[in-house]
Design a protein around this ligand. Structure first.
Ligand code: AMP
Length: 176
């Protein structure tokens, strides 16, 4: 899947100095690149045999939406606080400085559900861990995690050790 790297734009010092931002908009702007990524993610999601896709705001929506449509699976959004209109549960997680929070509709997952979680990129794994925790609190299981990009120099593996994780490309240092 190394060819996917040619569609990812690397933006230094965004959103703040010292961060190298991996921009997936250039992948999505290229119909060949986007299809390549969604094809591979679709194969993984299909292989896990889950019954729902859980997609994380906001870049996870692009990939999760496309895969859910292709596989005719229900699509569940994970959103920032205050965006979901009905009853929710939430999970707080640590950022480099401070905390952040995500929400899911309480009735979106029920006991017996087996979901694949989709996002664009794994950095520290905090976002995915919080998402998986909410799925489990609602009685669901996590069949797998699917992303485009892995930042392998960050310590997400311990946090997500309980899950099957699939990604298409890896960056192993902050400057490649
Ligand atoms: P984390 O919870 O640390 O794994 O962060 C994952 C989320 O933050 C993903 O939803 C990404 O969209 C975003 N993110 C974190 N670091 C980067 C980066 N270097 N480039 C692009 N997106 C990032």
């Amino acid at each position: 899947m190394e060819e996917i790297k040619k569609y990812i734009r690397e933006v230094p010092d965004f959103p703040k100095p010292g961060i190298l931002f991996y921009d997936i908009t250039t992948l999505m702007q290229d119909s060949v690149g986007f299809k390549l990524a969604v094809d591979a993610m679709e194969r993984y999601v299909d292989s896990r045999g889950g019954n729902k896709i859980v997609a994380i705001e906001s870049r996870g929506f692009f990939f999760g939406g496309a895969i859910a449509d292709r596989l005719s699976l229900p699509l569940i959004p994970i959103r920032k606080p205050g965006k979901l209109p009905s009853e929710t549960i939430s999970e707080e997680y640590a950022l480099e400085y401070g905390t952040d929070k995500l929400e899911i509709h309480s009735d979106a997952i029920t006991s017996g559900d087996n979901v694949v979680v989709v996002d664009d990129l794994i950095a520290t794994g905090g976002t995915l861990e919080a998402t998986c925790n909410m799925v489990k609190r609602l009685g669901g299981e996590v069949a797998g995690i699917s992303t485009v990009i892995d930042l392998s120099f960050l310590p997400w593996r311990e946090k997500l050790a309980a899950y099957d994780v699939n990604y298409l490309i890896s960056y192993d240092s902050e400057r490649t």
